[in-house]
Ligand binder design. Structure first.
Ligand code: MOS
Length: 739
């Protein structure tokens, strides 16, 4: 049987080395944050606001406190010490929102933590939380777009770093374009719902605090928490060796950690918090709902002449969060006249945050649906429309891509899919009661990097060790970092120990923005090269020219250890010091001055729509991607496939329902918040297209963590149009979307 999860490496691809952490995970020996057994631990249960706007008039804690086993109940009235402010990320800080935990009686969003109940057992803490009585003064909240009280603001006025991409004269070109479309799309709020909940355990040893919390940014958590508590960063250690799903939800400092740390200090014993699945919807962030208006103008033979993309995104009252996907959507196709605008809409909601390809997932649903609509208007094959408008220079500033292998992705995926057998007429392909539709879309994701460090040691017994405080979020970073060291030191990969997820290790950047492999492996390679130089290897290739271990033995050394600080091209001068401070830095800022860097892909989908019930199935999906050097075809295959499967969920299943009156989330559990299950995912084929990019970084790595989801939902919507002749423009696409 073919080992589908481990495709044979093609050019510029590394071996499918099994995951370093696989055995620990499948045998259950991998300890996640809530698995760590701290002695004499007390349990915390969060009390969440039942209203979305207003203030707390009073608490009645008597009944809760009277419950045997209750240790304390923290509220804004009695917490006793102010938690210090940390900045929200648009201001360069680590915070997921800028509201102080238990800072006042004011309620800014439904689910806001208003009290922490502490008890000897989880059950007592939970029971007591339900016995707390809260008297609220309730204001009418604003739920979402067009709700009473929603405030629209141009993003550029709220975030000085944002600049709406524009070039040429859109209005004039659109007015005279012979073929044009003007269409609107929307995407819903979605929550990450990692299987591992947002657990936190804190224990003090004198003035030293240890935090066990799943994190995509342990240095950000360490430094942010130290600021909140008014202590030195050196007093805080964050431990996070395994993360049970994150997808962006575990990157920022949430409100809970400082509360657990303070509770542990007050009680003089460790405290464990495992918020419920429902609380996860407001303890962490989410993908906000978006709206789009796209106008495309083209010549009769399909050349784009005018493109306009307006995006609208919901955010909270205090924080100007936006994903602003027009940065990418305006840079995909050759077009001389482009305009774009992003509007944020303030509502009484928790602040949204990063969720897998935060910008590209919603904005490419719009762009790639619109491209399909244009192809229909032109009576042109949608692949050929993309080929005609393919470009090796992005259109806004005419910067060349470091590499762009988009059309080979389309060609290889369409060949594998059998696209040439498609009858373009909607509704023309049928299998009994099932209407068959074939659709496609472009995937793209910017190549981003950040400063990173690593310490590598080589020992005379032929073993090596890699240390870097990166995060195993399922991306395979342990494995690819170990592979990098093994190759460059000339030792077997099984002889390399890899330590990560601990602020006692040298810092790594936030594991977000698909930056980890390029950043961390570059630092590891740099440290290995320093070891090689020390041991007399003057070669510059990936593999050493001398036997390093033999040299080490000859010289009678106990070990050789090198620490490297790697700076990507274009990184800010202070970037390394910011890394140590865990400060948010523009991961997209590591840019070449005269180039633009993206990974590309193409996705092809078959849908089957039942002619009578309108049931929508996706029996097969083929994606081809070119993302520079692939470190490990096994882990890369999983990354791409996971992204595509999540794309199926984004298209057909996922939607966080918002109560329009209460501004609260409704389907806050995995029974009602739908995600794809095995029966929804039949045949997913991943094609890795070889690509060599010598400009992005010395190893030639582009990120692959997020590109897999981009374009999937548009490809599905386009296939549904082909099956039914009905154009669905509002996600998710469900039975009741079809007439
Ligand atoms: Mo990703 S949404 O940058 O963790």
């Amino acid at each position: 049987m073919v080992d589908a999860a481990a495709p044979a490496p093609k050019a510029n691809m590394g071996d499918p080395v099994p995951r370093y952490d696989a055995r620990a995970k499948v045998t259950g020996s991998a300890l996640y944050a809530s698995d760590v057994a701290l002695p004499d631990v007390a349990y915390a249960f969060l009390l969440s606001s039942a209203i979305a706007k207003g203030r707390i008039k009073s608490f009645d804690l008597r009944e809760a406190r009277a419950l045997p086993g209750v240790l304390d109940i923290l509220t804004h009235e009695n917490i006793g010490e102010a938690i210090r402010k940390v900045k929200f990320f648009t201001e360069g800080g680590p915070a997921s929102n800028s509201i102080l935990p238990l800072g006042s009686a004011e309620i800014a969003y439904g689910g806001q933590t208003i009290a922490v109940v502490l008890a000897n057992t989880y059950e007592v803490a939970r029971d007591a939380a339900h016995r707390v009585k809260v008297d609220y003064e309730v204001d009418r909240p604003t739920a979402t777009f067009e709700s009473p009280g929603a405030v629209d603001q141009e993003l550029a006025t709220q975030n000085k770093k944002h600049d709406d991409p524009k070039v040429g004269d859109f209005a004039a070109a659109y007015a005279t374009a012979p073929v044009k479309i003007d269409v609107a799309y929307s995407t819903p709020a979605q929550h990450h719902n990692p299987i591992e909940l947002f657990a936190t355990q804190c224990g003090w040893n004198g003035s030293q605090l240890t935090v066990h919390e799943p994190s995509q940014n342990v240095y950000g958590l360490k430094n942010g928490l130290a600021t909140q508590l008014g202590i030195e960063p050196s007093q805080v250690r964050v431990v996070s060796p395994f993360i049970g799903g994150a997808f962006g939800s575990k990157g920022a400092l949430t409100q809970r950690t400082a509360l657990v740390a303070i509770a542990a200090r007050k009680l003089g014993r460790p405290v464990k918090l495992v918020p419920t699945r429902e609380q996860g919807f407001t303890v962490a962030t989410y993908r906000a709902e978006t709206k789009h208006r796209i106008k495309l103008g083209a010549t009769r033979d399909g050349k784009l002449q005018a493109l306009s993309h307006d995006g609208f995104e919901v955010t909270s009252r205090p924080d100007p969060y936006a994903v602003a996907g027009t940065d990418a959507s305006t840079r995909m196709y050759a077009c001389p006249n482009i305009t774009s605008n992003v509007t944020i809409v303030r509502a009484d909601r928790s602040t949204p945050g990063f969720m897998r390809a935060p910008a590209e997932t919603p904005y490419f649903f719009a762009l790639e649906s619109a491209m399909d609509e244009l192809a229909v208007a032109l009576a042109m094959d949608p692949v050929e429309l993309r080929r005609l408008n393919d470009t090796m220079k992005e259109p806004i500033k005419s910067l060349p891509y470091t590499s762009r292998t988009l059309m080979p992705c389309f060609d290889q995926a369409s060949e594998a899919f059998g696209w040439s057998k498609r009858n373009p007429q909607p509704g023309s392909m049928r299998d009994g009661d099932w209407l068959i539709g074939w659709g496609c879309a472009t995937s793209a994701y910017p190549t981003q990097m950040a400063p990173a460090t690593a310490r590598v040691s080589l020992f005379p017994d032929g073993t090596a060790r890699v240390e870097a405080a990166s995060h195993e979020i399922g991306n395979g970073i342990y494995t690819v970092a170990g592979q990098t060291a093994a190759e460059r030191l000339g030792v077997p990969v099984g002889k390399v120990q890899v330590l990560m997820g601990d602020t006692d290790l040298p810092p790594a950047p936030v594991s977000g923005g698909s930056i980890s492999t390029a950043s961390v492996c570059s630092a590891v390679a740099q440290a290995c090269d320093a070891i090689r130089a020390k041991l007399g290897d003057n070669g510059t290739g990936a593999v050493p020219t001398v036997d390093l271990v033999a040299t080490l033995k000859e010289r009678g050394l106990g070990s050789v250890q090198e620490y490297a600080e790697w700076m990507p091209h274009g990184a800010a001068k202070g970037g390394m010091q910011m890394l140590y401070k865990g400060a948010a830095q523009p991961i997209g800022g590591a840019k070449l001055p005269d180039r633009i860097q993206f990974a590309f892909g193409a996705q092809f989908v078959e849908v089957r729509v039942h002619a009578r019930t309108r049931e929508i199935r996706v029996p097969r999906i083929v994606g081809a991607f070119a993302s520079g050097r692939i470190m490990n075809t096994r882990t890369a295959h999983s990354q791409y496939m996971g992204g595509m499967i999540w794309g199926i969920g984004s298209a057909l299943h996922e939607k966080t329902e918002i109560d329009a009156n209460a501004a609260r989330y409704v389907n806050t559990n995995l029974a009602d918040y739908l995600v794809p299950v095995n029966a929804d995912v039949v045949d997913v084929q991943v094609i890795m297209v070889p690509e060599e990019d010598t400009l992005v970084n010395p190893l030639g790595i582009k990120g692959i963590g997020e590109i897999g989801i981009v374009g999937t939902s548009a490809a599905i919507a386009n296939a549904i149009y082909h099956a039914t002749g009905q154009r669905l423009r509002d996600l998710p696409l469900r039975i009741d979307s079809l007439v």
